[in-house]
Design a protein around this ligand. Structure first.
Ligand code: FAD
Ligand code: SF4
Length: 514
């Protein structure tokens, strides 16, 4: 008999064609999947995120067994659970008398570095294979980036469109333009009918996992129920079908809108399935293109959707691996405040932040503009230490893995990488939220007040932020206009603005209610 190898499948590698499985054979090898405390707690993950992943892992193990694999599945409550991936691999090697380990590269530097040390630590060959689910390899991205003064997603995206032939008419972009974003910034009208994403029944496996998470993480953050997530490939596909049929046609138009009672609008609510391997990025892009070619969705919606996946998703992954393990420590704007407690409690008078935190606690989901322009912008204006902002985002969203979360947070939302991801900071006063949402109407603060007790906190904090960083941004042609506006303001108004900002920051520092 040939000695088996242990084939490790991680919780975000739930894809039948994942490299480690392709390199192994069901007749010889044993698949190892393990729920371990170290991975569940290295940041305080949302309890729904933990339950979603454990349930999806258990269902995937069953899928592999049905396909003929021997799967050694270690649950979190198994008495001998070693608590770490390395410990579980070590135990599995001993259990099966394995000759080696086969794994697919993980999605973050922390694990990558650890896994590179396993060969020495375990004293047997460990094959770490490239994750082929991404559409640009790390090397291809590095080649593209080489010698460029600035990395801009738009140019990378065009190359990706060309190389995959997506939305192309010969050498030209379909519809005559690469980017239809100009058509995509409509505020939402409350009369629109929004298609809720489907809710899936919690069956036995999910119920067991929910009980386990409740018992093991009694003080963890985030609501476990109601639980609406798909946990099987078939259900994730059904969620994608629902999106293509009901939401994609209007995806573009209202991509940046926010409404108090509508959490999903026309967003896909699919990133959690995509990022753990239940859905395939290229397949989703091709399906979106088909919707346009067959006349069921307009080009602005389809191009916008494809750009998010083929462009942004691949671009941020490229940046993450290119920039190295210290990327999450970047703090170019020298921000040092602790994260305000209301990011966890939701106890704030700011209606916009309260809505996003409440929704995040209940759903483990917020859409892009909520993440970027509400919680993200506020943390940047206040000057929260980026590492703390990063850990919050990595914890609270069901789709959060460092390769995708960190460039979005450290780079796009906090400008802490000094402009690698974004060409200018996403700083804004309350006006932006007022234009794109209905939050301000029900807020204790007045968005039109620039100064005074009732002024929207975003207003003075915006100016305070811009002035703190005038030296850095004053020469940026995309921002310089802002300083001209400030310089034209009356002295009293400027003084009052800065005084209010100081008082707000003092209140935040003292843990007072804002
Ligand atoms: P849709 O709005 O329907 O978009 C379609 C798809 O495009 C998404 O499913 C996603 O796969 C992809 N996508 C869109 N924007 C981005 C982007 N900027 N980067 C990468 N992929 C993108 N996305 C994550 O997957 N995980 C994260 O941890 C994460 N953290 C974020 C933190 C901040 C501060 C910001 C500003 C953005 C973050 N994003 C993250 C990107 C984006 O907000 C989410 O991908 C999106 O909200 C997921 O919801 P959806 O599936 O409904 O997306
Ligand atoms: Fe947010 Fe300001 Fe509007 Fe209140 S007034 S909801 S704090 S933007």
């Amino acid at each position: 008999m040939v000695t088996p190898r242990v084939v490790l499948v991680l919780g975000d590698q739930l894809t039948p064609g994942i490299a480690a499985l392709e390199a192994a054979t069901p007749e010889r090898d044993v698949v190892l999947m393990a729920e371990v405390m170290e991975e569940a707690t290295y940041v305080p993950h949302h309890r729904k995120k933990i339950a979603f992943l454990f349930s999806a892992m258990r269902h995937f193990a069953e899928e592999l067994r049905e396909a003929g694999w021997t799967v050694d599945y270690v649950t979190l409550d198994e008495p001998d659970n070693a608590g770490s991936l390395e410990g579980e691999v070590r135990r599995a090697v001993a259990r099966h008398g394995a000759a080696g380990v086969i794994a697919t590269e993980p999605g973050e530097w922390r694990l990558q570095t650890a896994m590179e040390g396993w060969e020495d630590a375990l004293g047997l060959p460990v094959k770490l294979l490239r994750d082929r689910r991404f559409l640009a390899t790390k090397a291809e991205f590095a080649d593209w980036a080489k010698g460029r003064k600035a990395l801009r997603m738009e140019y990378f995206y065009r190359e990706m469109r060309r190389s995959y032939g997506l939305l192309m008419e010969g050498d030209e972009p379909a519809g005559g333009k690469w980017n239809f974003d100009h058509d995509n910034r409509k505020p939402a009208d409350e009369d629109l009918a929004f298609p809720e994403p489907p809710t899936f029944q919690t069956e036995t496996v999910t119920r067991e996992v929910l009980d386990l998470v409740e018992a093991r993480f009694p003080d963890g953050w985030g609501d476990l129920s109601p639980f609406r997530y798909a946990v099987t490939r078939a259900d994730a596909e059904a969620a994608a079908d629902h999106f293509f049929r009901h939401a994609l046609p209007r995806f573009g138009d209202y991509q940046d809108a926010m409404l108090e009672g509508e959490r999903f609008l026309y967003h896909s609510f699919l990133s959690q399935y995509l990022n753990c391997g239940l859905l395939d990025p290229l397949d989703l892009c091709r399906r979106a293109e088909r919707e346009w070619r067959e006349g069921r969705a307009p080009i602005n919606a389809v191009e916008g959707y494809v750009r998010q996946i083929l462009g942004w998703r691949e671009f941020v992954r490229g940046v993450y691996w290119l920039e190295g393990p210290d990327y999450v420590e970047r703090n170019e704007l020298d921000a040092g405040r602790p994260l305000p407690a209301f990011y966890w409690t939701g106890e704030t008078d700011m209606a916009c932040i309260r809505a996003v935190v409440t929704q995040t606690r209940e759903e483990a989901y917020a859409h892009h503009i909520q993440r970027l322009m509400v919680t993200g912008t506020f943390a940047m204006l206040v000057g929260v230490e980026p590492r703390q902002v990063h850990e919050w985002y990595l914890s609270v969203y069901a789709d959060a893995y460092e390769w995708v979360e960190a460039p979005n947070v450290i780079g796009m939302s906090q400008f802490a990488d000094g402009g690698v991801v974004a060409s200018k900071p996403y700083a804004a006063s309350g006006n932006y939220i007022d234009k794109m949402s209905d939050h301000c109407a029900g807020c204790r603060y007045k968005v039109r007040d620039r100064t005074g007790e009732d002024a929207c906190p975003f207003n003075p904090l915006y100016w305070d932020f811009m002035l703190r960083h005038r030296e850095r941004f004053g020469n940026n042609p995309r921002v310089a206009r802002v300083y001209a506006t400030w310089d034209r303001m009356k002295d009293e108004k400027r003084e009052a603005t800065l005084r209010d900002a100081k008082s707000l920051l003092g209140r935040i520092d003292a843990g007072g209610r804002v």
